[in-house]
Structure formats: structure tokens, C-alpha cells
Ligand binder design. Structure first.
Ligand SMILES: [Zn+2]
Length: 281
């Protein structure tokens, strides 16, 4: 039976990403603070459309903005793991990464009553230890890799990579990978970031980006019988008025095309069942 699942995911970073990059003057911090406004708008939109989504919430946001995070829980959304301090694991030692993982999971447990089932790394950059640590800490899924678009797959560990040598795939693990893409992330399309060494221009037309995102769904529907498509958004990015109108329009069009909206945990469990029956498409 054809099934085309859509996961709307929101990385509720607030100020954490700016602080992790050393951008601690008042203006960048206020950009992160705008995420609180965006989150209220997103919660209202999801409620009006009767959609449950997945919020990847850093421990920093849970402890800095408890009421905003409580609202996410009260609206029935999944709260998943997005580190404590938004430092990419690739920049951490194994001990540092595990300490941050546990600290953030404790914050999620205090907020929701249970540990996270899913993980998404800050800046989508896993370390060589991340998959091991996620398995050791009982995670069901990760959502940080880009090896597929419409079908979840099993995350590998221990890939062997040496310059000048063929690729050596490692062992497939039980961890379900829910793949993502920068092309389906609001951040690079919309955010203007200027640093001493680089400029991210952003500021694209919301309607044009949403048309691309809809086309991605239509291609999935055309080419696979069963699939999961994941969109990644940040409340401080998508929460601007004209982008919210674009998102509302996208959701309505996806629904009209038959999209089945799920939390990422639900989609990962559906994928687990599906993957047990047949190989990826
Ligand atoms: Zn983030």
C-alpha cells in the first residue's frame, strides 16, 4: 500500500547555536531569542492543521526557556535530542561528547518524563563515536546523515576511509537513520550570516523555497511506493511572517497530495517495520 510520510522537524536552538560559535554580543543573541516568537507561531499553525511534529531541543533551550519547551510538550509533539550546548560532536572528545549527551538527555527526561528516542547533531556533523554512543544510550534513530532521501536506512559504524584507498563500509547497526539534507533545511536558504571570513547570503523567496520542498514530495510520490520525507526548520528562521505563510501553504498542499504527517519516532518505527519486510526501494 503506497504511503508517503512527511516529518516536520524543528530545531529549537534559540541562542545556543550563536553562543557555540562565539557570537555572544546582544544582536546575535536576540536573533536566537526570536525563536521563542517563532515557536509560538509554529505551535499555533500545527494545532490548526492537527499535525504532531518533532522538536529537536538542546538542553540549553530546555533550561533557559522552560515555559516555551513545556508548551511544545503540552501540544503533544515529540521532544528529541539536539545536544546540550549545540557544539558539533566532530569537535568533541568521546568523553566530552558523552557527557553532553547525558546532560541533555537528563534535561529531556525532566521535561517529558522520558529519555529521547531520537538524536540530531548540531550542524549535522557526527563524530566517529556518535553512532556507538547513541546505541549505548538506547536511541532508536539518528537524523544527521544524507545517504538517502526518501527511505530511512541503518546507520553504520566503523567505515574505513583512507586517502587513495577504496571506501570500506563499516558494520550496519540497529540504529535507524532518518536522512536529511541542507536543501530541505530552512537555514541556508533564509539566514543572512556575516562573519569576518564568510557571508551566507540567505534571504531567498519563501514561496520559491516552499515550491522546491513541495516538488521534493511530488518526486517521492512519483518514484517510490513508500517513503519518508523530512523537512528541517528553526523557529527563529521559519518564524518570520512571510515564511510562516509559505509554510502554511506548503502544509496544505502536502495534505492535499496525500502526505501522512508523523513524528519522527513514529516514522522511524514505521520504517523499522517496513525495512523488516523489504529492502530499501
Ligand atoms: Zn541546531
Amino acid at each position: 500500500m503506497p504511503r508517503h510520510i512527511v516529518c516536520l522537524t524543528f530545531d529549537f536552538d534559540t541562542q545556543s547555536g550563536f553562543i557555540a560559535r562565539g557570537m555572544t554580543t546582544p544582536t546575535p543573541l536576540s536573533r536566537g531569542e526570536f525563536g521563542l516568537v517563532g515557536a509560538r507561531r509554529i505551535l499555533a499553525l500545527l494545532k490548526s492543521q492537527n499535525i504532531r511534529a518533532t522538536w529537536f531541543v538542546p538542553g540549553f533551550t530546555i533550561e533557559s526557556h522552560p515555559k516555551a519547551c513545556q508548551a511544545v510538550v503540552e501540544h503533544g509533539h515529540e521532544v528529541a535530542h539536539h545536544s546540550w550546548a549545540h557544539v558539533p560532536p566532530a569537535n568533541q572528545s568521546r568523553d566530552e561528547e558523552e557527557a553532553d549527551l547525558k546532560r541533555a538527555n537528563a534535561a529531556i527526561e525532566r521535561l517529558t518524563g522520558q529519555k529521547a528516542r531520537g538524536y540530531r547533531s548540531p550542524s549535522w556533523d557526527l563524530s566517529d563515536n556518535t553512532i556507538d554512543l547513541l546505541l549505548a544510550h538506547g536511541f532508536l534513530y539518528d537524523s544527521s546523515l544524507m545517504g538517502a532521501d526518501y527511505w530511512p536506512y541503518r546507520a553504520r559504524r566503523g567505515d574505513r576511509v583512507t586517502l587513495g584507498q577504496p571506501y570500506g563500509p563499516g558494520e550496519e547497526t540497529a540504529l535507524i537513520e532518518m536522512p536529511i539534507s541542507w536543501s530541505l533545511d530552512d537555514f541556508p536558504h533564509f539566514e543572512f550570516i556575516r562573519t569576518p571570513t564568510s557571508v551566507l547570503p540567505g534571504l531567498q523567496s519563501a514561496r520559491a523555497v516552499m515550491q522546491n520542498w513541495l516538488d521534493e514530495f511530488l518526486y517521492m510520490k512519483k518514484t517510490v511506493e513508500w517513503g519518508v520525507l523530512t523537512y528541517t526548520m528553526h523557529p527563529y528562521v521559519i518564524g518570520r511572517g512571510y515564511r510562516m505563510l509559505g509554510l502554511e501553504d506548503l502544509i496544505e498542499k502536502l495534505a492535499a497530495e496525500g502526505a501522512v504527517f508523523m513524528t519522527m519516532e513514529e516514522a522511524a518505527r514505521a520504517a523499522q517495520t517496513h525495512m523488516g519486510l523489504s529492502a530499501p526501494c
